[in-house]
Ligand binder design. Structure first.
Ligand code: FES
Length: 187
């Protein structure tokens, strides 16, 4: 009579059923790893720029005081900053523009963002009329940035914090939500 046994001899290959099971488990593990790697990398790519955007707004040097005539008329200056786009860094890239106005006979400087609060177009200065105009939908602003009715913009131009020191004139650059009455900084 033939001898039967359910135990497996460690010297011989595993039975077909068990071999299939192990192969399938290995395939599942490899598939999981292959799927999770790009997912995790994508999450990191997504979250890293967001993390950077959450950093506090900083004062950025714009010009020296001598370049700003003290005649009470605004002058336009670009705002430059080192920018990071996902993993790529750009040095001294234009990120916006400001109008600086130096009070007559003083070192006091006021700064206005050149971004229109209506829909984000670029506000231009009208030196003849001594006011600002937005070419997109014809909003008008006083030389101090106040809204001049009738204008579609829901608020006046956005003022920015400004510092005058040995390094020159620096502004705390911020973007604000457009199309709303309140001046709310974007994160
Ligand atoms: S974007 Fe300036 S008036 Fe509309």
């Amino acid at each position: 009579m033939a001898k039967t046994t359910s135990s497996h001899d460690p010297q011989s290959p595993p039975p077909a059923g068990r071999r299939d099971f192990l192969t399938r488990m290995l395939a599942v593990a490899c598939g999981g790893l292959a799927t999770m790697t790009p997912v995790l990398a994508g999450l990191w790519m997504l979250l890293d720029p967001l993390r950077r955007r959450g950093a506090a707004a900083a004062f950025l040097p714009v010009t020296d005081l001598a370049s700003l005539p003290d005649d009470g008329l605004p002058r336009q200056f670009p705002v430059l900053a080192d920018r990071v786009d996902a993993w790529t860094g750009f040095a001294a890239e234009p990120i916006g523009a400001v109008y600086l106005r130096r009070q007559p006979g003083s070192e006091t400087v006021e700064a206005l963002s050149a971004t229109c609060p209506h829909a984000g177009c670029f506000v231009e200065i009208d030196t003849q009329e001594k006011c600002f105009r937005c070419p997109c939908h014809n909003s008008r602003f006083g030389i101090d940035g106040s809204i001049m009715p009738p204008s579609p913009s829901p608020r006046g131009m956005d003022s920015l914090e400004c510092q005058v020191g040995k390094q020159g004139v620096a502004v705390k650059w911020q973007n604000f939500y457009t199309g709303v009455a309140g001046k709310v900084a974007r994160p």
